[in-house]
Structure formats: structure tokens, C-alpha cells
Unconditional design. Structure first.
Length: 424
């Protein structure tokens, strides 16, 4: 199977700015706002389903809904990357927007206690729809930006955190207000649909058809992801980190409620975390100019591992605020590093394939991580068990990134400034 590359591979031809380029950044930002931003607010659904709507289901079973969304968001990239490289951007991007809107409206008609209805509409439908837009919303930036590509990726990635803030506030107010589940989800679906329509309207790839001057063999590009040691270590590192990453986002609000903190404050615990994540993702571009992509990824992985373990001692408003801000900040930086890290060892023509394969594999971590944490939590809410598990797994990811750094610089002696050059 041959995947032709676009002319975007030629950095000299890229404008690195202009109205069309900035409209594309805004459109991709909105796609992330409605995509992973909605997933970042799943903790609201986790708490609501546990206490009101799916009371017969365990915390682990409910968390499968959110983890399937997360897996689909990244896993569908295995298909989207090659399709993007073949020039089918609009087909995938618009199709994802339609599926997201449809799935949310279908979720609104799910009945209380009907787990399978929620799982199909929210877990699979919404997850696949978000996944169809996820990789293209990053990869299309390579049509417009070269030196500033990492900065633009960090801006687009910050849309997920801002979306987490907005959707968390909206869903908490709606679901725990007087509207009821059906009306609340429909209002949320209408809001998301309007923003996705605007996103599809303003995003513009520069190359509608694929140039045939250079061909990239899909299977050879995929093989490189696992045979090139730096690439393999990067994928494994993010797989381990993703296994732990969503635990605070899914369970912080429930944790706050179970420890007797006020309902009004607990509703805003996820807002605090997403606010920290927004700052972290947004500041990634400037920071990488001075530190480098690999070193930032290592540092944030270790810090996040320590913060997850510290969730064992949550119990006061101050502890939730401090942990929420710090974990949101450092995890946001780490997740924003994922696309440039995966692309660090790839030629531009293979970017879509590399991102697609990398996101698909790391998505397995997101798929199994939260359900395992929920099973360790049990119905007795043993908080130390999932915190220790998630912290240890995140720390393992950090060690893998250290190994990647050693191998990368050893096999590429001139790559000492690679992280900074990509950022610029």
C-alpha cells in the first residue's frame, strides 16, 4: 500500500501564517474543544451515572464508557493518518463532526439503568466521531506551518483543556439542575454541533489532492514505528503514561464528594484541573524553545506520577485545589508533547502514518487504565490502591522516555538541538 506525501513536506513552501492558516488553527482548536475537551469532562458523567443514572453499575463498569471514548479518539487515528496522507481530509473531518453530533443526540434518549445504550452512544459513537477529527486536526497544521508547527500544535491542544472547563461547568449545571438528563444532554449536543459546524467551515487544507512526486509505503512507515528504537520507546512511554493519565480526570470529582467536601466545590474540582491543563498546553510552544521536547516529557511524566500518588492524601479543599492545578498543568504539558514527540523521528511525508499508529497504540493505555483503577477502587472506595497503581505506571513511562533520550542522542549525534529545532 502506497501513501503519497503532500507538498507540505517541503518546508520552504509553507507560509507559517496568513488568514487561511490562522482560520485553520481556530477550526482545529474548536475540534479539540468539542473532542477531547468533552472527554476531559467525563468525570461529571462518572459521578452522575454512579449516583443517579446507572446506580446498579460499578465504578469500573462506568469508567469503561469514558475509557472507550479515549481509546477511540486515539485508536481511530490508525485509519485517519493514512487517509489524511491520501488527501481525504474533508471526508474524515466532516464525517467525524456529523457522528459526534448524532451520537450526543442519541445519548439524550438513553433510559436510566440502560448501560448498553449509554455505552453504544457515548462510548463508541462519540468516541469514534471524536477520533475521526483528532489526528487530522493536528496533521493539517503541517500544510500551513513549519518552524512554528509545535507552537501551533500546543495552541490546538489547549482547546481540549478549555473545552474541559466549559463542558464541565455546563454539564454540572445542567445534569444537577432542573433540566433532567434528556434535556441537559440535548442542550450540550446543540452547543457542540454549532461549534463543530463552524470548525468544518473554516479549516482549510492547502492540498486538496495528493501530489504523486514522493510515495510513502504505509506498511514500511508503520514498521519503522516499532523497529526504530527511539520511536518504539516513545510509543511505549506514552502508552504507560496514558494508562495513568485519566485517573485524576475521571475520579477527582467523585473523590471530593466521597471525602465530604461540599457539592458546589466538588463540581468545580475538574474545572480547576482543566484550567491548569489549559495553561500547561498553551505554554508548551514557548517553553520548548529553551528546554527541548524530550526533556520536558521526561520531567512532566515524573511529576505527574508523584502527584497521582499524592491523591491518597486528598481530603481538604486546599489539597484538591493544589493537586488539581499542578496535575492539570504538568499533564497538559505532557499530552501536548505527544504529537511532536511522535514526529521527532519521522520525515514530514510520514507524519500522518506516524501519528495515527502512535495514537492507536497509546490509546490502549487509555482504554484499560481507568477500568483497572475502578476495579482497584472497589465499591468500598479504597483510594490508595488505584493511586499507587496509576502513579507507578506513569513513573514507568517516565523511565522509558529517559531510555528514549539516551538512544535518540546516541544514534543521532547531531540531534542535540532536535527538540528545540522542532519547536521553532
Amino acid at each position: 500500500m502506497s501513501v503519497p506525501s503532500t507538498s507540505a513536506a517541503t518546508g520552504a513552501e509553507l507560509p507559517d501564517g496568513g488568514l487561511e492558516a490562522w482560520c485553520t488553527v481556530l477550526g482545529c482548536f474548536l475540534a479539540q474543544f468539542c473532542g477531547f475537551g468533552y472527554t476531559n469532562a467525563f468525570g461529571v458523567y462518572q459521578a452522575f451515572y454512579t449516583q443517579n443514572y446507572l446506580t446498579s453499575e460499578s465504578a469500573s463498569a462506568i469508567s469503561w464508557i469514558g475509557s472507550i471514548i479515549s481509546f477511540c479518539v486515539t485508536g481511530v487515528g490508525l485509519m485517519c493518518g493514512p487517509l489524511f496522507d491520501r488527501g481525504y481530509f474533508y471526508h474524515v473531518f466532516i464525517g467525524g463532526a456529523i457522528l459526534q453530533s448524532f451520537s450526543l443526540f442519541m445519548l439524550s434518549v438513553a433510559k436510566p439503568g440502560n448501560y448498553y445504550q449509554v455505552l453504544l452512544a457515548q462510548g463508541f459513537g462519540l468516541g469514534i466521531g471524536q477520533g475521526l477529527m483528532y489526528v487530522p486536526s493536528f496533521a493539517v497544521l503541517s500544510h500551513h506551518f513549519d518552524r512554528r508547527r509545535t507552537t501551533m500544535m500546543s495552541i490546538v491542544a489547549s482547546g481540549a483543556s478549555l473545552g474541559g472547563i466549559a463542558h464541565t461547568i455546563m454539564l454540572n449545571k445542567l445534569l444537577n439542575g432542573s433540566f433532567g438528563f434528556e434535556a441537559s444532554v440535548r442542550i450540550s449536543a446543540a452547543f457542540v454541533s454549532i461549534l463543530l459546524f463552524l470548525s468544518c467551515l473554516i479549516v482549510r487544507p492547502r492540498y486538496e489532492t495528493v501530489q504523486k512526486t514522493t510515495s510513502v509505503n504505509f506498511w514500511k512507515a508503520t514498521k519503522k514505528c516499532f523497529t526504530e528504537v527511539p520511536s518504539l520507546l516513545t510509543i511505549l512511554g506514552f502508552t504507560f503514561f496514558q494508562t495513568a493519565y485519566l485517573y485524576p480526570f475521571f475520579y477527582l470529582q467523585t473523590d471530593s464528594l466521597r471525602h465530604g467536601l461540599s457539592t458546589s466545590f466538588s463540581f468545580y474540582s475538574l474545572v480547576i484541573m482543566n484550567a491548569g491543563s489549559f495553561v500547561g498546553r498553551f505554554m508548551v510552544g514557548p517553553v520548548t524553545r529553551f528546554v527541548g521536547i524530550i526533556d520536558i516529557t521526561i520531567a512532566t511524566s515524573v511529576v505527574c506520577a508523584m502527584l497521582i500518588i499524592s491523591m491518597i492524601w486528598l481530603g481538604t479543599v486546599a489539597s484538591v485545589v493544589v493537586l488539581g492545578v499542578l496535575y492539570g498543568l504538568f499533564s497538559g504539558i505532557n499530552i501536548a508533547m505527544m504529537p511532536p514527540m511522535l514526529g521527532l523521528t519521522a520525515v514530514p511525508a510520514e507524519l500522518g502514518v506516524r501519528l495515527g499508529v502512535g495514537f492507536a497504540v497509546t490509546g490502549v493505555g487509555a482504554l484499560v487504565g481507568s477500568p483497572i483503577s475502578g476495579a482497584l477502587l472497589t465499591s468500598r472506595y479504597i483510594w490508595w490502591a488505584p493511586a499507587l497503581f496509576s502513579g507507578a505506571v506513569a513513573l514507568t513511562g517516565g523511565f522509558l522516555f529517559v531510555a528514549m533520550r539516551i538512544v535518540f542522542f546516541r544514534t543521532a549525534p547531531k540531534a542535540e538541538n532536535a527538540g528545540k529545532e522542532v519547536a521553532e
